[in-house]
Design a protein around this ligand. Structure first.
Ligand code: NCD
Ligand code: ZN
Length: 341
């Protein structure tokens, strides 16, 4: 069996920087024509110039013969000014601003503690139509890690959207039924869903042994949430679209006393999504989720090329080179049912 799709895009991706771009950029570019590139480098990508320079480094790592367009984002630091928002909106390569609550995840130290002082910047984003891409988790120590997304929606996101109703918002890598319900209740907003949150629940990560390569943020939840995500992704609702949150870390940084959050899925993400959609009996809806709804939200044209998947087993490599070390792949060593033709 074969399945030809309009070439998809990845609406949430971490490529990192430096020599590892030699791995991460080709791994994404073999399946995806474009990707929204996260700005959580050290230091963060927080100016138009930094985004342009990072974009150039990414483009230098695109293999000959492949076409890949990095869609850049800025990091919402406390200093990000309305002037920078205006300047970003006048470029053709910056497509969003990323909110990391300070301390929420990898390289979020430069994030904002509270949105209160950020209103002029957020209002400028609404004015110039630049979307806010949200890592939706509160960071208070007393809030249980499994509740942090739901509490964020209630205490931060809902009030923000009431305060600036014209702000365009993408709730990134949603992991709960609470998020699915909130997004459905706000038809103007978008949400990305990762492959790993469609495949796994927290038992996969924690029962019968701890699996550090399934540890990501927001953390995997109980299975009823996974079921709600599968329902949303395969619903055909254009608010839900593909964002891998592929987030590579060196193997030693994951298998550690204090392991980093993030799953590396870029090389075979599309095949993983195909498995999920097939299992749900909704393969016919994969193209909307992967190739049509993201461009519609971001007001970009749909890609002109196509990609063909075929029902042919392939074994996922255990790892890929990562600078002078390696990065483990999600499902490394296991067999996938779909392959790129
Ligand atoms: C991401 C990373 O490593 O940059 N990690 C993750 O678990 N998803 C950051 C993020 O998107 O939260
Ligand atoms: Zn991410």
């Amino acid at each position: 069996m074969r399945l030809t799709l309009i070439q998809p895009d990845d609406w949430h991706l971490h490529l990192r920087d430096g020599s590892v771009l030699e791995t991460t950029v080709p791994d994404t570019a073999q399946s995806f024509a474009r990707a929204i590139v996260m700005p959580n480098l050290k230091p963060p990508v927080a100016s138009v110039e930094a985004a342009k320079a990072y974009r150039d480094r990414i483009l230098s790592a695109v293999p000959e013969g492949l076409h890949f367009e990095p869609l850049m984002t800025l990091y919402l630091t406390p200093d990000l000014s309305p002037q920078t928002i205006k300047a970003a909106s006048e470029t053709d390569f910056i497509h969003g601003v990323k909110l990391y609550p300070k301390g929420a995840t990898t390289n979020s130290d430069s994030g904002v503690k509270s949105l209160d002082g950020m209103m002029p910047t957020l209002e400028a984003m609404a004015q110039y139509g630049l979307p806010l891409l949200v890592h939706g988790e509160v960071t208070e120590r007393e809030i249980d890690i499994f509740d942090r997304e739901a509490v964020f929606i209630e205490t931060i996101l809902a009030p923000l959207m009431q305060r600036i109703p014209t702000l365009r918002v993408v709730l990134e890598h949603i992991t709960t039924k609470d998020s699915v319900d909130f997004v459905k209740a706000h038809p103007e907003m978008g949400a990305t869903i990762t492959a790993h949150h469609l495949i796994y629940d927290r038992n996969d990560m924690l029962a019968g042994g701890i699996r550090p390569h399934l540890y990501c943020l927001p953390i995997l939840k109980r299975s009823l949430h996974r079921d709600a995500l599968v329902e949303a992704a395969t619903s055909g609702l254009p608010q839900f679209f593909l964002g891998t949150d592929s987030a590579p870390h060196a193997v030693g940084d994951k298998e550690s006393d204090c392991g980093c959050a993030g799953c590396y899925t870029a090389p075979h993400a599309l095949e993983l999504y195909a498995e999920v959609f097939e299992a749900a009996g909704r393969l016919d809806r994969l193209e909307g989720f992967a190739s049509l709804f993201g461009p519609a939200f971001y007001r970009l044209p749909v890609n002109s090329g196509t990609i063909t998947l075929e029902k042919r087993p392939s074994v996922v490599p255990m790892s890929r080179p990562f600078g002078d070390t390696e990065v483990r792949l999600l499902r490394g060593g296991e067999t996938l049912t779909w392959s790129i033709a």
